[in-house]
Design a binder for this molecule. Structure first.
Ligand SMILES: Cc1ncc(COP(=O)(O)O)c(C=O)c1O
Length: 368
């Protein structure tokens, strides 16, 4: 029986043809594909503009630069997330301030954010972790305190959230600047490394285009510090094709997640993840709570299914943050999630047979 991985990117004839057409044209950089991909992505997520870039990590670095965040500034960030959510802050010379996350939804805890705001706070990086949107009140809190809200949407293509004013927003338009990753395991990909910068603010659109192009004006004078963060035309062409499928793929993930939740609810050794009221989860990862995570990973492994634990060492406790003032501070929920969550395969490419195998594995799991 074939092993079931936790991620499997989609690839079809349309994507292959789009990539080959760009290669044949020899217009490999700075062309119509990048512009079209940006326009289509902005329209999909309801942002004012979207700019393709090299990857999610450089998008985060660029977002901080665009918000003018640097030495002396503090940025509030979760510790239960992918490493570059926090290291991008060090890369611009600012200080990350780590706060705890919500036990049910795994995103920034609003009270913790509020308590961490000081006169030096300049921004917040909220993460839609595993595809679950962060608390929509975060935007209002940031606006009240004059803070830039950077949306780490690297895991959340297609997630939506109802806001208090009744509007439904899609990841990429829930903050001031949105950062996406197209790493091959993500909900959509570009045939290599890739990222996207989105914004809801008119003043940021030109800044994003500048910073991803050496900070140059149209007449090529460098007006500010930037770099070459551009996406290749081949990747943009593949991304355009993938984007056409995104809604359908995310819907499929939701269907699979619903089946898993049903199975988990019957098993006393497991607890399902919760979905925030008003949210449509994008299920980049499906993480199940268990008091015996290693046993669950081993059980899945015996059945030929990959399962993995996430963020078991909180970011602020990692060696790169040895000299950070919070290095030895415990964040209780962050620790608990790291010690109890296990991600199981939920990608849209799963076949019916594979889904059945995962459901059966969930049904059969027991703690001795
Ligand atoms: C939450 C989060 N932020 C940022 C990134 C960085 O994206 P990339 O790998 O494209 O640099 C990732 C990628 O895994 C991520 O999951």
């Amino acid at each position: 029986m074939e092993r079931i991985p936790t991620g499997r990117p989609s690839w079809n004839q349309e994507m292959r043809s789009a990539a080959m057409a760009v290669l044949d044209s020899k217009r490999w950089v700075k062309g119509a594909q990048g512009r079209a991909f940006g326009e289509a992505f902005a329209s999909h997520c309801g942002a004012l503009s979207a700019t393709p870039c090299q990857n999610g990590s450089s998008a985060l670095w660029a977002a901080l630069r665009i918000a003018n965040i640097g030495p002396g500034d503090e940025v509030i960030v979760p510790s239960y997330t992918f490493i570059s959510t926090a290291t991008c802050i060090l890369l611009v010379g600012a200080t990350p301030v780590f706060v705890d996350v919500e036990p049910d939804y795994f995103c920034l805890d609003m009270n913790a954010v509020q308590n961490a705001i000081t006169p030096a706070t300049k921004g917040v990086i909220g993460v839609h972790l595993f595809g679950q949107p962060y608390d929509p009140n975060l935007l209002r809190l940031c606006q009240q305190h004059g803070l830039t809200l950077i949306e780490d949407a690297a895991q959340a293509h297609g997630a939506t959230q109802q806001f208090a004013d009744g509007t439904k927003r899609t990841a990429g338009s829930m903050g001031d600047i949105g950062c996406f990753s197209f790493f091959p395991s993500k909900n959509m990909a570009v045939g290599g490394e890739g990222g996207m910068l989105t914004t809801t603010l008119p003043a940021y659109t030109a800044k994003i285009s500048g910073i991803t192009n050496h900070g140059r004006s149209p007449d090529l004078e460098a007006m500010e510090l930037g770099s070459n963060l551009r996406m290749s035309e081949v990747s943009a062409a593949i991304g355009l094709e993938q984007l056409k499928q995104l809604d359908q793929w995310v819907e499929r993930r939701r269907t699979i997640a619903a089946l898993y939740i049903e199975a988990i609810e019957q098993n006393p050794f497991l607890q399902p993840p919760k979905v925030r009221p008003g949210a449509e989860h994008a299920w980049h990862q499906f993480c199940v709570h268990t008091p015996a995570p290693e046993a669950l990973v081993a059980h899945f492994d015996r059945l030929g299914i990959d399962a993995r634990r996430y963020y078991t060492v909180p970011i602020h406790e990692q060696a790169v943050f040895t000299h950070h003032p919070q290095h030895d501070t415990a964040l209780q929920v962050t620790n608990t999630l790291g010690a109890t969550l296990v991600a199981i395969p939920v990608m849209h490419e799963l076949t019916q047979g594979e889904i059945q195998r995962v459901v059966q594995a969930l049904n059969e799991f027991k703690v001795a």
